[in-house]
Ligand binder design. Structure first.
Ligand SMILES: CC(C)(COP(=O)(O)OP(=O)(O)OC[C@H]1O[C@@H](n2cnc3c(N)ncnc32)[C@H](O)[C@@H]1OP(=O)(O)O)[C@@H](O)C(=O)NCCC(=O)NCCS
Length: 143
């Protein structure tokens, strides 16, 4: 397995991976333009895993100067259970740390039991005291 930073040219393969993975929520903000903007704003923080030339894993991250935000951790079904996600998370946290970010958050859909099991089994603390609010500042309620 090889790992490298995600590039916008990976978009089609990564989108296919996300679509094939249960538990991920894809929105209009995950369009080619949205992901390109995200990668430009957060250079060096998103990674892909490659089996040969094939992308089998992804993770994206950004930060606001204080906290890191991880999203879209996904590993193709055939490549699961061999530590690909663990390596992607490690690289991501290390890249965030090199930019001064020592605490990160990840949003997981409540009904994604496997995803919740994954994070809580690795020392990530479920924040039951926080409720998230979102506001749509435009016409698009799928942003
Ligand atoms: C969660 C996920 C990223 C784990 O990827 P992975 O490369 O198999 O993970 P690792 O090998 O590093 O760790 C194995 C863990 O994955 C989980 N897992 C989920 N499905 C699995 C499968 N089919 N085979 C093996 N492990 C699986 C287990 O929780 C296991 O943890 P455990 O050892 O505590 O039981 C992957 O199952 C996935 O892409 N799921 C769909 C998308 C998703 O839910 N993402 C997380 C929310 S942001």
């Amino acid at each position: 397995m090889n790992y490298r930073c995600m590039q916008i040219s990976d978009y089609d393969a990564v989108m296919k991976l996300w679509q094939d993975c249960e538990g991920l929520s894809l929105r209009d903000a995950d369009s080619l333009e949205g992901i390109e903007r995200y990668l430009e704003r957060n250079p060096g923080l998103s990674f892909v895993a490659l089996d040969g030339a094939r992308i089998v894993g992804s993770i994206m991250a950004g930060h606001d100067g204080k906290r890191g935000y991880i999203q879209h951790l996904a590993v193709g079904e055939k490549s699961r259970g061999i530590g690909v996600a663990g390596e992607l998370v490690l690289r991501c946290l290390s890249a965030l740390k090199s930019q001064g970010i020592e605490k990160s958050h990840v949003h997981v859909l409540k009904n994604n039991e496997a995803g919740r099991h994954y994070w809580s089994g690795r020392g990530w603390i479920e924040r039951s005291e926080i409720v998230m609010y979102s506001f749509i500042n435009g016409d698009n309620d799928n942003a």
